[in-house]
Ligand binder design. Structure first.
Ligand SMILES: NC(=O)c1ccc[n+]([C@@H]2O[C@H](COP(=O)([O-])OP(=O)(O)OC[C@H]3O[C@@H](n4cnc5c(N)ncnc54)[C@H](OP(=O)(O)O)[C@@H]3O)[C@@H](O)[C@H]2O)c1
Length: 350
């Protein structure tokens, strides 16, 4: 490794998990964020260099990126943070990676593909649980059934949410659902469809959600019809359906601040014991017009542990010189089996 990389948002729940694990692996990332004191305290404890700058200041970002091989951007909701960082990366010719799951961010970065290629920069959003495992399952199924025209992905997650994830969900709760239909991102009602999926222990009810793969799976596989589902209990399903009627209310600033205040009063994220006990399962199925189908399941650790491991696996590839220029998805950059190199992950074809 010749140049260091920068973790921005290092004092957040996910950024800190990643910074600690990176240090444990013997890496020397530079820690950064807008909260100078919080970043300094963590960097001092871990014996790392640190920088603080606001994403409202592009020239400060330019200065901070000097000498960096890559940025692992962990400050979200990303719709408000990705632009300054990605633009600074393009100017500095520094590879950009993040842990977003936000469809608008994926699509905006995909639109910068040409500029990224010209700059020799890789733009790789979605290096966390959303979307590495699902994206790799999608690409694996496409490899098994190249004629596939429809992709359905579903996941079951045990472990809990971080404040940052909950805040991102609050900001999107009034926006309804999204699927990919004939190649086009198509709005649908929240909790539009339910179905059952067997994650290995019998059928469970799952509900459609606007997960990142609605954007990325199309870029990875070219499959034009994509739906993503997650497990939902009865009360959650009811709340999701009620959000259709409450859309205007949920989007108004007073309700948004109330919900975010509730989120801020909670724990930063699952603790070490919850993470150790948690687990995730991804299921995917592709079909083609002749009625052929292929499906697979992927088993992995709890979502934030998953994110920490996949994000660092991507960074390690970059530092080893594997950073294809342009907009990338995890499976486009590193192949459908990339996720299998991550500790605790297994896949079975059904
Ligand atoms: N794709 C996935 O699977 C996955 C997994 C984990 C997390 N995430 C996403 O990652 C994001 C962070 O999650 P988290 O759990 O780490 O949240 P968190 O604990 O709330 O931390 C958020 C971090 O982002 C920083 N930040 C937020 N807005 C900023 C802005 N406008 N400018 C600069 N810094 C900003 C915060 O800085 P301050 O401390 O100064 O506020 C903090 O460092 C969320 O969007 C979450 O959804 C995705």
């Amino acid at each position: 490794m010749t140049k260091p990389y920068l973790i921005y948002g290092a004092n957040g729940y996910t950024g800190e998990l990643i910074a600690r694990e990176a240090t444990r692996r013997g890496q020397r990332p530079v820690l950064a964020g807008r909260n100078a004191e919080a970043v300094r305290v963590l960097a001092t404890e871990l014996g790392l260099e640190h920088r603080s700058f606001s994403l409202d200041d592009p020239s400060a970002a330019d200065e901070a990126l000097k000498g960096m091989a890559a940025v692992l951007h962990c400050a979200g909701p990303f719709v408000r943070t990705f632009q300054t960082m990605a633009e600074a990366c393009l100017r500095a010719r520094t590879h950009y990676l993040d842990v977003t799951g936000e469809i608008d961010v994926f699509e905006s970065l995909a639109a910068r593909d040409k500029d990224a290629r010209a700059a020799g920069v890789m733009l790789l959003p979605g290096t966390g649980f959303d979307v590495v495992p699902t994206d790799c399952v999608a690409a694996h199924l496409k490899r098994r059934l190249p004629s596939a025209t429809h992709l359905v992905l579903a996941f079951h997650s045990v472990g809990g949410l971080s404040r940052g994830t909950a805040t991102t969900m609050v900001e999107n709760v009034h926006r309804g659902g999204l699927v990919r239909r004939n190649g086009v991102l198509t709005p649908v009602p929240a909790a539009w469809k339910t179905r059952t999926v067997d994650f290995g222990r019998g059928p469970r009810t799952v509900v459609s959600i606007p997960w990142g793969d609605v954007s990325t799976a199309y870029h990875s596989t070219g499959i034009p019809n994509v739906e993503v589902y997650t497990t939902a209990t009865g009360p959650l399903l009811l709340a999701m359906k009620a959000s259709r009627l409450l859309r205007p209310v949920l989007g108004c600033s007073a309700v948004q601040s109330y919900l975010k205040k509730r989120v801020r009063s909670g724990a930063p994220g699952p603790n070490a014991e919850q993470r150790a006990r948690g687990r995730t399962t991804v299921w995917g199925e592709v079909t083609d017009p002749a009625g052929r189908r292929a499906s697979a399941r992927l088993y992995g650790p709890e979502g934030y542990t998953f994110t920490m491991r996949t994000a660092l696996a991507a960074v390690e590839r970059v530092l080893a010189g594997a950073a294809p220029a342009g907009f990338q998805t995890p499976s486009k950059a590193y192949g459908p089996d990339f996720v299998l190199g991550v500790d605790g992950v297994t896949r079975e074809d059904l």
